[in-house]
Ligand binder design. Sequence first.
Ligand code: HEC
Length: 300
Amino acid sequence: MNRHILLSVGLSASLAAAMATVGPSVLRSSSPPDDRCGAPPTYSTCNQCHTGTDLNAGGGALVLNGIPEVYTPGQTYIIDVELSDPTASRWGFEVAALDEAGNGAGSALSTNGEVQVSASAGIEYVKTTSAGTSTGTTGSKTWSYEWTAPASSAGTVRFYAAGNAANGSFSSSGDKIYTAASASAASAAEDASLTLQPSQTRVFAGMDWNVEARVREHTNSANDVLIVSRILLPNGNTFPNQGFLLPPVQANLIPAGQLDFTLTHSIPVTAPALSAVYQGFLGRAPNTLVNSDSFAFTIQ
Ligand code: HEC
């Protein structure tokens, strides 16, 4: 449609400009643009330019390892970004960590020549350098960097990532884009806590969407809790307008225990395009709210 035409005109214009001004430093592959990791409010990913398959449909996966389930303020963690794909031979990624207000959370440090950190509007973007694209590597590629948690508790921190499993054509076509999101909870004062981790925050009508719900018991006693979720629409209404998306999921937590559940939502083919907030609640029967979590997402 019109938007597509505009995009491809914009792209060929910038390619032409890159070629005219010359020099490898202007190549996109040596520094993906900021804010293309699927984070709200733009939800933009590499597939704004890179085409090949639909998002997360290339038979591979992007996984973030090393993100603490509960972070300790000021502590440094080694984060591994692992991208796998059956056919790719060149690789790229971008990650940002945001707090609940959408501001950058903590600080990132590159510890090797394959990773660089840039900043836009107060948010740090960790991403590949030219060397990090590892031309010729097949199967999978892992990058590492360091993330230092905020000095004081900043609520749940969410990591948003996009990866490009590329075909090594030195162009933006024939590439496969994957996304991942992972959450790190602030040390919780509650008896039990809920942390939501969506497989992606940009979802499509007709797809099955998985949201992982992690529940943790912080006390030394056992607790039976229920997990429910719903969608908060831009007009302030909820969907469904009464009750919740799925039947309540019961979690029987052992002392200091943790359980992970996958909440699968089939997005109707008729779903309208919108941006909304997914809300999860952890309760104890009959109706005591113990903890909640939420994240922004968009249907396109
Ligand atoms: C604004 C458009 C645009 C966006 C957004 C973009 N790229 Fe690119 N990218 C390009 C272009 C154009 C090329 C080809 C020229 C070059 O190699 O720089 C390219 C090339 C690449 C290559 C090498 C591809 C190959 O097959 O050789 C990698 C890897 C890459 N980009 C990673 C990324 C990642 C990761 C993201 C998202 C975080 C991203 N790009 C977002 C325009 C873009």
